[in-house]
Design a protein around this ligand. Structure first.
Ligand code: NDP
Length: 274
C-alpha cells in the first residue's frame, strides 16, 4: 500500500505560519489522506533537516524565513523562476532528489487577477516599494507578465540596485524620498516592505499622485486592511490585500504533493483567518 503523502513547512520561527491551516483545510475539503505539519528548524539544522525529507519519504515541503535562499542552494534542481528570484519556497521530493520552486510570483499574479478583475501588469508602469525577498518575487512577476516599467523605491538604495541587477529588464530605481512622486502614472502600486504590519510603523508614502485607475496592493496580511490600503480605498482606488498572494502561492505545491488542484475561495480565506 502506498503511504499517504506527508508535507510540511520548515521555518524559524514557524508558529506564525498559516500554511498548516491552509493545507489542512484543503486536505479536509477534498477528503484526502495525507498530512501537512509545521517544523521549527533553526538555521544550523536546516541542511540536515532538508536532506531528511527524502529519507523520511516526504512528498515535499514549503520553506519560509530564514531558509528560502539556502533551500535553493541545497536543492538538486531548481526551476528557472526560483533561480531568477534567488530563493525557493516550495520543494518537491522524490527518488530523484529535491526540486526547488518559487511560487510567490505566481501567487502575486493570481491574487491580483482574482481580486482586481481586468487588472493587467502590461497596462502601465508599476511602483514597487521595497527590495527584499518578497519584492524580488513581485518584481519578477510584474516583468514576466509584461509590465513596461517597474519603479523600485527602497530605503536602502543598494538593495534596489541588487534587485535590478539580478532581474534585468525595465526596472527604474527611485530614491526612497521620491517614492510618492513615482506614484504618478503607476497603474499598480505594491507595498513589499514590512511597514504597516502589526507592530511596525505605518508606510508613510502619499498616494496623492496615483491615477484613479491604479490598483494598490499590500503584501502584508496582518492586518488584512493596512493603513496604506485604507488610504487607497478612501481615495476610491481599487485595493487587493496580501492574503490572496499567500493562498494562491500554496496551490502548485498542494497539487503536486496531494494530487488535487485546489481552489482559493471565501471559505478558505475565512478558515485561514480563523
Ligand atoms: P525582507 O526583510 O526581505 O524585506 C523587508 C523590506 O522592508 C525591505 O525592503 C526593507 O528595506 C523594508 N523596510 C523594513 N523596515 C523599513 C523601514 N523602517 N523603512 C523603510 N523600509 C523598511 O522581508 P520580505 O521581503 O520577506 O517581506 C516583506 C513583507 O512582505 C513582509 O511584511 C511579509 O510579511 C510580506 N510577505 C507577504 C507574502 C504574501 O504571501 N502575502 C509573501 C512574502 C512576504 P531595507 O532593504 O532598506 O531594509
Amino acid at each position: 500500500m502506498t503511504p499517504a503523502p506527508v508535507a510540511g513547512v520548515l521555518g524559524w520561527p514557524v508558529a506564525h505560519s498559516r500554511s498548516p491551516a491552509l493545507h489542512g483545510y484543503w486536505l479536509r475539503r477534498y477528503g484526502l489522506q495525507g498530512a501537512y505539519l509545521p517544523f521549527a528548524v533553526p538555521p544550523d539544522c536546516f541542511d540536515s533537516a532538508l536532506r531528511g525529507l527524502q529519507a523520511l519519504g516526504f512528498a515535499g515541503a514549503n520553506v519560509t524565513l530564514p531558509h528560502k535562499e539556502r533551500a535553493l542552494t541545497l536543492a538538486d534542481e531548481a526551476t528557472a523562476r526560483a533561480r531568477r528570484i534567488g530563493a525557493a519556497n516550495t520543494l518537491t521530493v522524490d527518488e530523484g532528489g529535491i526540486r526547488a520552486d518559487n511560487t510567490d510570483a505566481f501567487g502575486f499574479l493570481e491574487s491580483m487577477r482574482a481580486s482586481a478583475p481586468g487588472w493587467r501588469a502590461g497596462a502601465g508602469p508599476a511602483l514597487l516599494l521595497g527590495a527584499g525577498g518578497a519584492a524580488r518575487a513581485t518584481a519578477a512577476a510584474l516583468l514576466d507578465a509584461g509590465s513596461p516599467q517597474v519603479r523600485v523605491a527602497n530605503r536602502s538604495y543598494g538593495r534596489a540596485e541588487a534587485l535590478a541587477d539580478a532581474l534585468g529588464g525595465p526596472i527604474e530605481i527611485v530614491a526612497w524620498r521620491d517614492a510618492a512622486a513615482a506614484a504618478d502614472g503607476a497603474l499598480t502600486i505594491v507595498n513589499a516592505t514590512s511597514l504597516g504590519m502589526v507592530g511596525q510603523p505605518p508606510l508613510d508614502v502619499s498616494l496623492a499622485a496615483a491615477p484613479r485607475e491604479a490598483v494598490v496592493t499590500d503584501l502584508i496580511y496582518t492586518p488584512l486592511r493596512t493603513p496604506l490600503l485604507e488610504r487607497a480605498a478612501a481615495r476610491g482606488l481599487r485595493v487587493v490585500d496580501g492574503l490572496g498572494m499567500l493562498l494562491h502561492q500554496a496551490r502548485p505545491g498542494f497539487e503536486v504533493w496531494f494530487g488535487v488542484a485546489p481552489e482559493v475561495d471565501e471559505s478558505l480565506r475565512a478558515a485561514v483567518l480563523a
